[in-house]
Design a protein around this ligand. Structure first.
Ligand code: SF4
Length: 118
């Protein structure tokens, strides 16, 4: 029996997941907790938010994120890939910064407009 705190909403229900009984979830107050508990044990995923270096913008870094959830086990590999990127302004919201990051099929995109200042 695994125990987790649901992070889907601030209520933070204490979940019990029975791996030997079809990943049956108890302790949840809604269906989202059931889905979260199962997924967290079978195939945990996360959305990554981070920043990239950018030249010629009004700030030295620009916020970026994965457009969808990625396997939790690839987080470090993806963060290393994001940390290697150096952009040049201008960059606009939704611009693809890394296509198919770490062969996940997921893109990393810009979350902010950054015009060229020089
Ligand atoms: S189980 Fe439902 S109510 Fe409880 S923390 Fe998760 S999302 Fe919120």
């Amino acid at each position: 029996m695994a125990e987790l705190i649901c992070i889907v909403c601030p209520k933070g229900c204490h979940l019990h997941i029975d791996e030997e009984n079809g990943y049956k979830v108890t302790g949840n107050n809604c269906r989202k907790g059931d889905t979260y508990g199962r997924q967290e044990l079978i195939n945990p995923v996360r959305t990554i938010t981070s920043t990239c270096k950018i030249k010629d913008g009004n700030l030295p870094r620009i916020p970026v994120k994965t457009v969808d959830s990625i396997p939790k086990g690839k987080m470090i590999e993806i963060m290393k890939e994001i940390n290697c990127v150096e952009l040049n302004a201008p960059v606009h919201v939704g611009d693809v910064i890394i296509e198919n990051v770490s062969d996940t099929g997921i893109n990393v995109v810009a979350c902010k407009n950054m015009e060229k200042v020089n």
